[in-house]
Ligand binder design. Structure first.
Ligand code: ADP
Length: 667
């Protein structure tokens, strides 16, 4: 049989096979002793369910020792009940086929059920329906086979014989298999499950049992009256209020009691003329009880499971929402969710801060007006806007735009945007837009690009000059026309070019280290430092240093500051003019020292007093060599010391004055 491939692992050991086989024989013996029913059909009554349960929990296959043992046990049981060997063999065959078919159908139709290949209890009406269908079909086939066998062996025709078999086996299998699987699942599975009482209290259980007893006394005491129907009320009570297991146990007990009392000739079912018909009615009645109880309780189980799942999903959703809120709230990036109607559906505090807006002012129009330029300041066409592109379904990554906000300089933002699932109810496209402050990153990149440009340009020029002069030396040598005077001239030009290259490389290095080096502050004697710098430049005569109060600074970096300022003052003088530089200082403002470097040079062109501190900005690039980096290094170092540096033209005469304010040393 194809379903046999679904045979599951044995849940219990082989001992159960021996136990069940023995039980079948013992039951037959008991029934025979009690002289309750005749041979043949009777054996089917208790074993219908027992055999199915046995095969399920043993995980038995169609062709297995269990099949042989079952066949033998039923055969012996029937002999015990007084059947002829031929009849016993036919009955044994009917029981085996009935059992195997039922088991295969159960494994195929209820694969999730404990004992049938899964691990779930019988807790869904749909599974109950399939479960019932498998039992009905299996037992019906068994009944048909048994009837055919009986008639062909004995030649007699028993009225309603097949129906009797069917009723008894269905009743027993509903009781035994249902309860067996429920108890087995409860004992073995570690899955969390609802409590046995399922929300009801123990005194309600006592009351329900008392009610059941009362109903039974009523139904079985007043035999003449057809009072079986109140018994259903107890079944409904158990189905509604207690777990499926308790409900099934209740059906099992009431079913056994009903059958027992009927066999003992007590109660409404015993009142029928034909004894076996009474048993049949009792059997169907018990089957009705079981199915009703299980139907109610599995329906309730399913409802409770769905409600629990709903609660769990709700809790999970609330938890997810709170996590999302916390994550979004703590992000440094500004986050917006927009829809194509222009509504801002969601934003975080960082987003409001980036645009310098309050919650109410955050409309898409305002956002658009404050972020409508590319990073270089040129206007951005509306269709290029990241939010617009994302609303049309495009994923946009790291587009740099300029964002303006009240009271702060414009900032470069790296914007990413992506489409979100559509709002189906409002038929709106939605998009998520993220703003990351990339001002520093952008500036660094610009700086790097400028750096690369200057390095390429300023290093290439002297290199080209060196190339040219050395080529000329070679040509002159080849022509034999190189006299000493000419050679000296060429070599001096080569050396001057290489010196320019060296200075540029030095400035580039200084520029890089002025940012990277950690500050190591101590007392710095500015007067001595200036004198040392002048001496190193062989300019003691040109540089005068008046006493300057000591400052608290990094000596290495401050030397670089003063060296740059003194070097510039010596460099930027008109041809033929003797440089005169005076350095002086005073303890002002409080806690700081102001150092002035005054020269008599060519002065700073008007309006460029601030620009000369920009990287690579050169006010006199035609007549004087330089990299344009010195003053930017000076400003960076001074700023790192929490100081300031400014430049101005001398008001009454030529030259300029550089003013450096640094923290005073007060030790
Ligand atoms: P570099 O001297 O290498 O060109 P700096 O950054 O030191 O670069 O100076 C930037 C510009 O500022 C110079 O090119 C020059 O035009 C101007 N400058 C600097 N110091 C003086 C000064 N003492 N007098 C006049 N102009 C100056």
């Amino acid at each position: 049989m194809p379903g046999d491939r679904k045979a599951t692992h044995a849940i219990v050991g082989p001992g159960v096979t021996v136990g069940c086989a023995a039980l079948i024989v013992v039951l037959a013996l008991g029934i025979h002793r009690a002289d309750a029913v005749g041979p043949g059909y009777a054996s089917a009554m208790p074993i219908g369910g027992l055999a199915v349960l046995w095969f399920l929990v043993r995980g038995a296959r169609v062709l297995s020792p269990e099949t042989v043992v079952l066949a033998a046990a039923v055969f012996v049981g029937d002999l015990v009940l007084g059947s002829e060997p031929a009849l016993a063999a036919v009955m044994s065959l009917a029981v085996v086929v009935q059992t195997l078919l039922t088991v295969v159908l159960l494994r195929r139709w209820c694969p999730g059920l404990w004992g049938c290949g899964g691990d779930r209890p019988l807790d869904r009406p749909r599974v109950l329906a399939r479960f019932g269908a498998a039992l009905v079909l299996g037992m019906a086939v068994g009944a048909a086979l048994a009837t055919l066998g009986w008639v062909s062996v004995t030649g007699e025709h028993v009225q309603l014989g097949g129906v009797l078999w069917f009723g008894r086996t269905l009743c027993s299998s509903l009781l035994v298999v249902t309860l067996g699987l429920l108890v087995g699942e409860r004992l073995t599975s570690a899955r969390p499950r609802p409590p046995l009482l399922s929300g009801a209290r123990w005194y309600e259980l006592v009351a329900a049992i008392a009610f059941t007893l009362g109903m039974y006394v009523l139904a079985f005491w007043f035999e003449q009256l057809p009072l079986a129907f109140p018994l259903l009320a107890a079944t409904v009570w158990f189905g509604l209020r207690f777990s499926t297991l308790l409900s099934a146990a209740h059906s099992m007990v009431t079913g056994v009691v009903t059958l027992g009392l009927t066999m003992a000739d007590i109660g409404p079912f015993a009142a029928t003329e034909r004894e076996d018909l009474g048993y049949l009615l009792a059997g169907f009645y018990v089957a009705t009880l079981v199915v009703t109880g299980l139907g109610i309780s599995t329906g309730r189980d399913e409802r409770e499971a769905l409600a629990a799942e709903l609660r769990r999903t709700q809790e999970e959703a609330e938890y997810q929402a709170s996590v999302r809120q916390a994550v979004i709230g703590s992000m440094n990036e500004g986050l917006f969710v927009l829809d194509d109607s222009g509504e801002v559906l969601l934003h975080n505090p960082a987003a409001a801060e980036i645009f310098g807006l309050s919650e109410d002012d955050l409309t898409r129009e305002v956002l658009a007006s404050r972020s409508d330029r590319w990073a270089d300041g040129t206007p951005m066409p509306p269709e290029e806007r990241p939010s617009v592109r994302a609303l049309l379904g495009e994923v946009v990554r790291d587009v740099e735009i300029l964002v303006s906000a009240d009271g702060v300089p414009d900032r470069v933002m790296s914007v990413s945007a992506m489409p979100l699932p559509r709002d189906a109810a409002r038929r709106r496209a939605r998009a998520l837009v993220l703003f990351r402050d990339a001002t520093a990153e952008h500036a660094r990149r610009e700086e790097l690009a400028a750096f690369a440009g200057v390095v390429a340009h300023d290093l290439r020029n002297p290199l080209a000059a060196i190339d040219g002069w050395t080529e000329m030396i070679a040509d002159e040598l080849d022509a034999g026309a190189l006299d000493a005077q000419l050679a000296r001239e060429f070599v001096s030009r080569v050396r001057s070019s290489s010196r320019r290259m060296r200075e540029l490389i030095r400035d580039l290095l200084a520029h890089a280290t002025s940012r990277a080096r950690d500050l190591d502050v101590s007392r710095v004697d500015v007067t001595t430092l200036v004198r040392e710098i002048a001496a190193a430049r062989h300019a003691e005569k040109q540089v005068t240093c008046e006493p300057v109060p000591p400052v608290l600074a990094d000596p290495v970096l401050i030397r670089q500051v003063l060296d740059n300022l003194v070097g510039n003052a010596l460099k930027y003088v008109a041809p033929g003019t003797e440089p005169r530089i005076v350095v002086r200082g005073c303890a002002h403002p409080p806690g700081f020292v102001t150092i002035l470097v005054v020269d008599n040079g060519i002065g700073i062109p008007e309006g460029e007093e601030e620009q000369i501190f920009d990287e690579f900005h050169r006010a006199h690039y035609r007549d004087y060599e330089g990299s344009g980096l010195g003053l930017s290094i000076v400003r960076r170092i001074v700023t790192r010391h929490d100081g300031t540096v400014t430049a101005r033209r001398n008001p009454d005469g030529p030259g300029s004055t550089f003013e450096v304010v640094l923290p005073a040393y007060d030790g």
